[in-house]
Ligand binder design. Sequence first.
Ligand code: F6R
Length: 629
Amino acid sequence: MCGIVAVTGYRKALPLLIDGLQKLEYRGYDSAGIAVINEDNNLICDKSEGKLKNLINKVSNKDISGYVGIGHTRWATHGKPIVKNAHPHLDSLGSIAVVQNGIIENFQELKSKLEKEGVDFKSDTDTEVIPHLIQKELNNLSKLNLENNGSTLLIAVRNVISDLEGAYALAVIWSGAPDSLVVARRQAPLIIGLGEGEFVCASDTPAIANFTKTILPMEDEEIGLLTPLGIELYDSENERQYRNPVSLKSSEQVVDKKNFRHYMHKEIYDQPEIAKNWVKKYLSKIDSNQYKINYAFDTNFLEGIERIQILACGTSRHASMVGSYLLEQFSGIPTNVFYASEFRYSPPPLLPNTLTIGVSQSGETADTLAALNMEIKRRKLTNKLELQPNLIAITNRLDSSMGRLVPNIIDISAGIEIGVAATKTFFGQLLSFYGLAIKFAQLRNSKSADEINNLILDLINLPPQLEELVSSHNKISEKLAHDFSDIKDVIFLGRGINYPIALEGALKLKEISYIHAAGYPAGEMKHGPIALLEKKVPVISIATPGKVFEKVISNAQEAKARDSYLIGIAPKCKGIEIFDFLLPLPAIDEWLSPLVAVIPLQLLSYHIAAHKGLDVDQPRNLAKSVTVE
Ligand code: F6R
């Protein structure tokens, strides 16, 4: 989604901005731009549609030699992804430039007012109102004989943001204050990186990691003035804020693709290693046949927990659904999973001793953060001990807003994920839920020690099986992908613990190959979706031996009777003769089956999209962290 980088200091701004924007590319965007105050104190702005390399080509022959600047990658919300809508946006004098992430909800009203005053808008964006409003404020302030400097710009921006409704993170430069940068945020992340005699401010830590490891995450509603001499930070009451910077917790380095054509492919291959590292990090043996789950936080509070609610979106929600199955069926604890976007506006009644788990690979998803914040607030307001918030976050980004909001973090530890379609972080989220289910099963004695140990031993033995699975399925899927060239619809079926894997399989296929796909609980197909079935609609059915194996096979029969091409994801065992094509799984206990069943689905989606020549890592319209509602 949109990315911001802004710098002020002793080094030339342009290369730093481009480097920062390159580090944000993985988030998904459709246009990019920069603005710099040059050595003659003129504001230079350049923007391009499409990939960042278009912008780089545009600016590479120009001498843009200033030391303060802002840059942006835009993911369109208001107005098409074309040059005029790319950021930065300027005032009518071309002296103020603004980049913004978020949505200004009252922009239409502000725009109409400005238009009546004669302002000519150049874009369709909500953001453009901001530079015009700042210009107006600076005009008013000049009547008070305030000097042209950073402090005046700070006052002007503060006055403007008090009129903005919605969520935003923004950075502003003005040719009247050529070394100053003003930054502000409300419900959208912004982090200041502290160098020596220079500062960088960005919406996400990878843009900062090359520059410095010392950061100052801005708090909600703060505004700051950055010059090479220092930072002034103020809260919404205009109180100056003093606090110590912190160190980046993880390396946040964007890794290279190795020999893979796409990051997504590499990230699917990373999964066996992630399982190995998870075992090392989260499991330890306490005696000959007893293991414990290690967390970096005190887990005493889990003992009184009577129910769990999980808040998440997209793929993270699918992982949470597997988690919910494990927590209920293995650990015996009632668990509900909510779409974070729905929970925000229709939360269930408060129940006592509830654990709320936020799940987000990016830790920046606006809906999940808002749902968590709302839940924390409404519970605190009750003042009742049994209703107080008990919180855990499962995230891959310790330095994210979620990482800062929630005290108890389960670190997915999958390494930064670049492919927009989540694969290895989904896998890491699943592992996090296995850990939590084991922890609760041990606390509640919901399973015998042997059953718990068997699950643990299966997890320990999993990595080599995964290695074999990834490499064998890579070849099978590459071949099978050719059969999908003309396919327009695919149905995914699963039951029980693998129903969410059917949903995830369908989501992956949709996201990167643009083929319509839907996942259903296999038993539900006959209640409607069966009407879609015909020769050209393949059905992919996850059938792993256990509670519902025979049921899934009979549901697959129903599809076969309607001429569908049946693809089975199943171990080689009795019953699978029904499938026209088998994506074979190792014989594995049903509890563990989601961890293996998802791999052929990821690889198949990947190869279908790659075969079609699509932009697998940055599929159209999608973003890596969805920071708007
Ligand atoms: C799918 C995908 C999205 C995200 C969703 C939530 O591949 O990546 O569906 O899962 O936007 O994102 P996070 O996990 O960052 O909260």
